[in-house]
Ligand binder design. Structure first.
Ligand code: B12
Ligand code: SF4
Length: 627
């Protein structure tokens, strides 16, 4: 358990009496308190975009205007800031959310001159009305790492004396290489950071006050400087020790939403077209899915905020900030069933959820859920829920993915959720280390049996820290010390395995997506045409106008609903896209055989390259659509 605040501060101070040149032995605790109220530490926290640097460059230079930069609430940073402010009243924060700024820039891209990433980054640094003592960058995503390395250069150019610190998921697993990758980084935080950061900030304060003459972090668990890493490496230790987890999450208080440009999040944050705010009610997960880094970053013990705290936060977000969409980012929602049920019942009884729509994009765990919990969750006001499956192979569930989903239970939960009127989605991953084509086919066969509105289909990408990452490294498929983070991408895999080549995997993922969500769309098969059409619009056509399977299926849905004009408009659009857009033509050539109603609308020369039915059969899979 974390020691009481005053004890730890006292201990921290005393500790330094011996090892630092400034001697203050004999200082009373009153004097200590007075000294510690005078330091005024300025901290700038930065959330970089998860978009790789090379893509940012293409976007800002107008080379590719189609890439849509996303942003979400930087939850880690506002929780860290709030916790720290609660501990020290002389610490001032600002947040610069580059992901948000990039999105806002994208919205006016055509009115802006082409820019380099350097001028874009510098422009926003120049807007900061503060001279920071510390700049902290949150590197949650491996894809942010290269842009962060550039950014820290600009930061040191502007503020040469600032201490630059990094934290977040990616550097948690690569803490030691950070210092060899950049001379500008001073400290790295491994794992959850509130407690380590508190100790660190206290040292910065003592240093500012002249109480200590240097900052030594050797004894701060989870915090590293260059020399501490070098000492570890000399002893052969490459893995960072994680910061102690915060047990009482209520110590965070109301996350520092005041540091965000609330209106931008309210209107443009990406989870909904209408904007949303992220909320985390719990941290940690005791399960061990082999593809997941979340439970490693936050640990296996579940810690939750109190129900009162969660309710107060929701009321603040709704009534003071005007949010209507709440995104829950918990690792394992409803892990404490009774507490969660009480929370939702109170929320509903008190009308706290009135005017709010909830979502949980990272999904619900089949192991945790039961019908009652699904009902409880639905009563909160979810537009859609995601019941996470990942693999339809019983063998893979048990031995490869280790998610241990009971596939029958998952199917029943989905069917039950439908009775609540909520939209139901799931996630599927292909390409686990050791997952055979037989296992993959089992997944394809399984997903034809579940009545979901949509399936997110992905390639398994080994994320640093995960079991899958280590397995691929052991098999020599990836070299952990030589990965181009800017190019590793989250969409496609770059390496072949014994089970499946990179190209086969990419094709399989695309084909399964197209065959399950479009040609084998459950809503279409069950006659729920209106819902099907709205999915094609919201999930696909609002972003990708060239998507021929979506246009074709929406046209079919309209025609089944008797809306001849709308159906004709979509068919015409599809024909036009095939004739004018190379991506549309590619889709036509690959999937044209599934869209017979377009054939007589196209010239003969556009019919010759069309592939036979179910193209992935060439890689050994059966994708036939069944009702
Ligand atoms: C919200 C979220 C998103 C949001 C974006 C978040 C954002 N702010 O930009 C969205 C929806 C966009 C997203 C997308 C994706 N995500 Co995501 N996401 C998350 C999620 C669920 C929560 C992050 C969060 O807010 N946590 C809550 C806070 C409290 O924790 P924290 O961020 O870890 O912060 C603490 C510490 O890390 C530390 N810390 C963090 N930053 C800093 C900075 C400093 C200076 C210090 C001192 C400390 C510090 O202190 C904080 C407090 O203790 C995490 C999983 C998780 N549970 O963390 C995955 C996670 C970060 N996502 C992940 C992935 C893989 C993805 C996707 C690829 C998913 C997909 N298949 O599409 C995409 C990739 C985005 C892209 N490039 O296109 C991985 C990242 C792994 C990696 N190495 O890249 C994670 C870890 C989940 C997983 N699968 O294991 N994601
Ligand atoms: S249940 Fe979710 S959070 Fe827990 S290990 Fe699996 S994927 Fe990660």
């Amino acid at each position: 358990m974390h020691p009481p605040k005053h004890n730890r501060r006292g201990a921290d101070f005393l500790e330094y009496q011996g090892c630092q040149t400034v001697q203050r032995s004999g200082t009373t605790s009153r004097e200590y308190k007075e000294m510690t109220t005078m330091s005024n530490v300025n901290i700038l926290l930065i959330s970089p975009s998860s978009m790789p640097l090379f893509e940012q460059e293409k976007l800002l230079s107008h080379e590719n205007k189609q890439i849509i930069p996303k942003f979400e609430t930087p939850t880690g940073l506002i929780e860290l800031a709030s916790y720290t402010r609660n501990k020290f009243n002389d610490v001032k924060f600002k947040i610069l959310d580059y992901a948000k700024e990039l999105h806002m820039h994208y919205r006016v891209l055509s009115k802006e001159p082409p820019l380099s990433t350097e001028s874009f980054y510098k422009k926003h640094l120049n807007n900061i009305e503060m001279v920071p003592d510390i700049v902290g960058v949150s590197v949650l995503f491996s894809s942010s790492y290269m842009s962060t390395l550039n950014l820290v250069r600009y930061i040191k150019e502007k503020w040469p004396n600032v201490a630059i610190i990094l934290g977040g998921g990616h550097v948690t697993f690569y803490h030691s290489t950070v210092f060899s990758d950049s001379d500008h980084i001073d400290y790295v935080f491994v794992g959850e950071a509130e407690l380590a950061f508190e100790q660190f900030i206290n040292r910065i304060r003592l240093h500012k006050q002249g109480v200590i003459d240097c900052i030594n972090v050797d004894d701060i668990q989870g915090c590293y400087d260059r020399s501490k890493v070098e000492m570890d490496l000399a002893k052969g230790i490459t893995k960072g020790a994680f910061g102690e987890n915060l047990i009482d999450l209520d110590q965070i208080g109301l996350p520092a939403y005041d540091l965000l440009d609330i209106d931008d999040y309210k209107h443009y944050s990406n989870a909904f077209n209408t904007g949303a705010i992220g909320v985390m009610t719990e941290r940690g997960c005791p399960f061990s899915c082999t593809y997941c880094a979340s439970m490693i970053i936050h640990g296996s013990s579940i810690r939750t905020k109190s129900n009162q705290r969660i309710i107060d936060d929701l009321l603040f977000l709704r009534d003071e900030c005007g949010f209507v969409n709440i995104v829950l980012w918990d690792d394992l929602l409803a892990a404490r069933k009774t507490k969660f049920t009480e929370l939702v019942n109170t929320i509903v009884e008190r009308g706290v959820n009135k005017g709010l729509t909830f979502s949980m994009p990272s999904g619900l765990s089949v192991r945790i859920m039961d019908n009652n919990l699904i009902d409880t969750i639905c009563s909160l006001g979810f537009d859609y829920i995601r019941i996470m499956i990942e693999s339809g192979s019983e063998y893979a569930q048990e031995h490869i993915v280790k998610k241990k989903v009971n596939l029958k239970k998952a199917r029943d939960l989905i069917a039950h959720a439908r009775t609540q009127g909520v939209k139901v989605e799931t996630n599927i991953l292909f390409g686990f280390p050791g997952e055979t084509k037989k296992n993959m086919q089992e997944t394809i066969d399984y997903i034809k049996t579940i009545d979901v509105d949509w399936i997110q289909v992905f390639s398994l990408l080994p994320l640093p820290g995960t079991e899958a990452f280590h397995q691929f490294a052991e098999r020599g498929k990836i070299d952990p010390s030589n990965i181009d983070w800017d190019r590793c991408g989250y969409a496609t895999r770059q390496f072949d395995t014994e089970e499946i080549t990179a190209q086969e995997l990419t094709d399989l993922v695309y084909d399964v997506n197209v065959y399950t969500n479009f040609f084998g769309n459950r809503n279409m098969l069950q006659g729920r045409y209106e819902r099907a059409a709205s999915y094609f619009t919201d999930m696909v056509l609002n972003k990708y106008h060239f998507h021929i399977p979506a246009l074709y299926m929406r046209a079919t849905a309209y025609s089944k609903m008797g809306d001849v004009d709308k159906a004709k408009a979509d068919f015409d659009l599809a024909v036009d896209q095939i004739k004018t857009n190379p991506e549309a033509l590619r889709l036509w050539n690959r999937y044209g055989s599934e869209m017979p109603d377009l054939r007589d609308k196209l010239d003969a020369k556009l019919l010759v390259n069309v592939a036979p039915h179910a193209p992935s059969v060439s890689a050994g899979f059966t994708l036939v659509v069944t009702a």
